[in-house]
Design a protein around this ligand. Structure first.
Ligand code: NAD
Length: 300
């Protein structure tokens, strides 16, 4: 297949080469020359623009920062430029409303489009082990599945257009809230004089257990190896968690849903990012909660 791949950053830069490795002709484009060169070195073909990349493509995959980039790329450079037979797949994490409106515009222009945001970070993008949550028609899902399988370990049909984004932000709202609660519990355990490894041994086998605790423990030296053991470097940046929590809160407002825990998690991550923690793994929130975070000078 000829696949146009637009957006070759941290995630797309790992994903596009996996399609090339699977034998597809991948025409790659990014506004960043550095990102484009990196993808070409790893088996993709250079396109001079999005318009050129999509010209006779069988599929278009996008991995862009936010809703405004997705809307602009599809409205100005994909719809009417790619063949109508091409399946359009947006893997970016964006707001549900933009995902639905771009998919409606694509359908009105005669295309089949799905939203397919991912769970898993840069390592999963590189390793082809992402989980895709797909919103769109049965036909769109079937066409997208054959391509997404080459970049992931699981491809799940979440429902109609926008449902992939809805599933993604609900999941990440839950993740943000459980991580904040896990950080709080460890901070309180320490103040109450508990040995933190002992608290982990108890709580990880009791009803307080969660993924945030057993797979991503925010305390260095406790539980499995996590970003906490690398001074919270690598992993899932707090700024990206904040982005997803904002998307969840916007969606909650629009849908009239009451989400007090998500709202509190958003406020906590906003404060942590404002204090210079944006590039740290999101489990580093514990350093703000236990008051050990040293605010960088430029953020004071
Ligand atoms: P990134 O900023 O590293 O990459 C985005 C790329 O898009 C950049 O290289 C940028 O130059 C390019 N771009 C922007 N506008 C463009 C345009 N008009 N035409 C062509 N290229 C354009 O971001 P990322 O970390 O790769 O994340 C991409 C998406 O995946 C985001 O929506 C993010 O929320 C989501 N996501 C990221 C992670 C992660 O761990 N990084 C995990 C899950 C989901």
């Amino acid at each position: 297949m000829k696949i146009a791949f637009i957006g070759l950053g941290h995630m797309g830069g790992g994903m596009a080469p996996n399609l090339a490795k699977a034998g597809h002709e991948v025409r790659a484009f990014d506004l960043s020359e550095e990102a484009l060169v990196h993808a070409v070195e790893r088996g993709c073909q250079r396109a001079a623009s999005t318009d050129e990349a999509v010209r006779d493509a069988d599929a278009v995959v996008t991995m862009l920062p936010a809703g405004k980039h997705v809307a602009e790329v599809y409205r100005s450079h994909v719809l009417g430029k790619a063949p109508k037979t091409a399946i359009l797949i947006d893997c970016s994490t964006i707001d549900v409303a933009t995902a639905r409106s771009v998919e409606e515009e694509a359908a009105a222009a005669g295309y089949t489009m799905v939203d397919a945001p991912v769970s898993g970070g840069i390592a999963a993008a590189e390793g082809g082990t992402l989980t895709f949550m797909v919103g769109g028609s049965d036909d769109g899902f079937a066409k997208a599945q054959a391509i997404l399988e080459k970049m992931g370990k699981a491809v799940i049909h979440a429902g109609e257009a926008g449902s992939g984004q809805a599933a993604k932000i609900c999941n990440n709202m839950l993740l943000g809230a459980t991580m904040a609660a896990t950080c709080e519990a460890f901070a309180l355990a320490e103040k109450l004089g508990l040995d933190l490894q002992t608290f982990y041994d108890i709580s990880s086998k009791a009803s307080g257990q969660s993924w945030s605790m057993t797979s991503y423990c925010p305390v260095p030296g406790v539980g499995p190896e996590t970003p906490a053991d690398r001074d919270y470097e690598g992993g899932f940046a707090a700024a990206l968690m904040l982005k997803d929590l904002r998307l969840a809160m916007d969606a909650a407002k629009e849908a009239g849903a009451y989400t007090p825990m998500g709202c509190e998690a958003e406020e906590l991550y906003q404060r942590f990012v404002d204090r210079g923690g944006g590039t740290k793994d999101f489990s580093a929130l514990i350093k703000m909660i236990d008051d050990s975070w040293i605010v960088p000078e430029e953020n004071i």
